[in-house]
Write a protein that binds this ligand. Structure first.
Ligand code: SAM
Length: 255
């Protein structure tokens, strides 16, 4: 195990990590930054996050009929991207446990005319029947769920056999030079800008870089996903590997 990720695998077994991801802390932090969340995303990523969601919709396209669930939907950008692409017969649900984040998504869907069902729910106890979705997505959310394995177990439970899972998450570049440049930006510059623009008492943008640095990515995340009941797990690095799209298929057959 690398020195930079001292506790990630062990912590996944217990659901506790070095970073405080308790529900109250995470919900409180996103409640504080919700009004400026989208603005800060665009500023800090230079708009690349919009393209990453576009790649997600292209690589894990909406089914022709059936239902899509976007877990940890936040202000709903990925759910809304699917609503733009999917046909009229597809049900799109966005769930999150932070009401102020969801409220932004509700405003955006009203403005854009794209229909999404917004549900306030904890990703570790989803209020949906077994095997009720054809596609489950989660963008920059899995890392924030207090117990990664429980979150993945819930996503597997609500997916139909053969249904697909798409996880878009930050990761760290593998190339040493790119990685050290990126880590400087990520550790020193990003928290200063993020916390200044989205004024908050939770130090949300220091939490961001800490939670990314300790979260497994690449092959390690793929192994955890496979362990949760998925096959054909494929990890696609995006933009020098600062984000990774992991796509997998729910194993088994529907009885
Ligand atoms: C970084 S935001 C990502 C939002 C959105 N998916 C995007 O791409 O911008 C993470 C979201 O995960 C939500 N979240 C974290 N843990 C959660 C949990 N256990 N259940 C439901 N939502 C959770 C937070 O409330 C927050 O809205």
């Amino acid at each position: 195990m690398s020195a930079e990720f001292p506790t990630a695998c062990d912590s996944l077994a217990t659901g506790s990590t070095g970073v405080d991801k308790s529900g109250d802390r995470v919900r409180g932090m996103f409640s504080e930054i919700a009004p400026r969340y989208d603005l800060v995303n665009r500023m800090l990523s230079g708009g690349i996050d919009v393209w990453w969601r576009h790649v997600t919709v292209s690589r894990a396209p909406p089914p022709e009929s059936g239902a899509i669930l976007d877990v940890c939907t936040g202000t709903g950008d990925l759910a809304l991207a699917y609503a733009e692409k999917a046909g009229p017969g597809v049900r799109i649900v966005g769930s999150d446990f932070c009401r102020p984040m969801l409220d932004r998504g509700i405003e955006k869907s009203a403005r854009s005319g794209r229909t999404v069902e917004w549900i306030e729910a904890d990703a570790m106890a989803l209020p949906f029947a077994d095997r009720s979705f054809d596609l489950v997505t989660v963008a920059f959310g899995l890392r924030n769920i207090a117990d990664t394995r429980q979150g993945l177990a819930e996503m597997a439970r609500v997916l139909k056999a053969g249904g697909r899972l798409a996880i878009l998450e930050f990761s760290l570049p593998r190339n040493a030079a790119v990685r050290s440049f990126y880590l400087f930006y990520f550790r020193r510059v990003l928290p200063l800008i993020g916390n200044a623009v989205a004024r908050n008492a939770s130090d949300a943008y220091t939490y961001l870089n800490r939670s990314v640095e300790e979260f497994p990515s690449g092959d390690r995340l793929s192994a955890i996903v496979a362990d949760a009941g998925f096959s054909a797990v494929q990890a696609v690095p995006l933009t020098f590997g600062i984000a990774t799209l992991t796509i997998a298929t729910r194993s088994g057959t529907d009885g």
